[in-house]
Ligand binder design. Sequence first.
Ligand code: GLU
Length: 319
Amino acid sequence: MPRTRLAPSPTGALHLGNARTFLITWALARQNGWNIVLRIEDLDGPRVKKDAAAEAIEDLQWLGLDWDEGPIYQRYDLAPYQDALRKLASAGLAYPCECTRQQIQAATLSAPHGDEHELRYPGTCRPRRSDNSLKFNLTDADFSQAWRLVVPDGAIRICDQFCGQREFDVQQAIGDFLIWTKQGLPSYQLAVVVDDARQGIDQVVRGDDLLSSASRQQILYDRLELGAYPAYTHLPLVVGLDGRRLAKRHGDSRISKYRQMGVSATRVLGLLARWSGVANVTEISADEFRTQFRLSNLSSERATFNHEDEHWLMDRSKR
Ligand code: GLU
C-alpha cells in the first residue's frame, strides 16, 4: 500500500499555512488509499520548542485529521542516521568540515548562490587527495563534527506531480551540503531521506519551499542506494500580504489560537478549503473536504491570508 507522512517540525506552532498543507496531504492520502505516518521532525536542536509536538498533534486531531502509524519521533533513535553517515563516509562520499558560517560567508562574498537561506559551500574542506584517502571509518567521536556530502556537478531533475519537471544544479547553487551537524545530529536532508526510505514513504506531499530540497534528497537516495525516489507533490504555500511565507510577522495565525478563542474547526477548515480551490464553502468538516477537494482545482498561485480572512474567522456572531 502506498504511504505518505505528515511531518510537523515542533520548532513552531501549527498555523493556517502548514495546516492547509497537512489537510491536503491527508485528503490526498484518504482519497487514494495511502497509509499515513505521523513523523515528528524534532532534530532541529535549539529551535525545538517544548510542548510544540503535543500541541501540533492536538491541533491536527482537532481539525479532524488522523493517521495510521505514529507519532514517530526522530530524536528517539539516532542509530539509523548514524548508519547512513557511516555508509557515506566509508564510501568516500562525505567528509568532515570545520568551516564556520563566517568563514563560508567570507569565501562566498562575491560568488552567486541560488538559495537565499543557504550559502553556497565553496568546498574548502573537501579532500583533494586520491580516491582512497577520501574514505573514512567513523568512530564515536566523529559524530560530533560536521559532515558534508560530496555533491556531483550538473543538474538534477525533479518530476513533481503538481509543479511538473524542474531542474536544480545543487553543486552550483548550494555546493557540498551539510548532512551532519557538530551538535551530533543529522541535518534535515539526511534525516528525511533515511526516514522516508525506512518508513516506506513513496508519496511525499509538502510545501513548495522544499521543492529545491527534493534535488538534494534525490542525490542522497542515490548515494545511499535506497532505490526509487518517492513521488513528490509540492504545494504552493500560504503567504501574508507582503507575499512572504505565512509566519509570526503576519500576526497570530496559530490553529491553537482559534481553538482557544472558540472558533469552530469547520470554520477554520472552511477558509483552508477556499484556499484549496473548493468552491462555495463557508464551513466544512475534514471528511467533507476529503470528498470535495481536487488537486486539479488547486491554484498554482500562492494563497494570501488577508485581514478579511482573519475577521471572518474571528466573527463572534458566527461562533
Ligand atoms: N518538517 C518539515 C516542515 O514542517 C517538513 C519536511 C518534509 O516534509 O520533508 O516543514
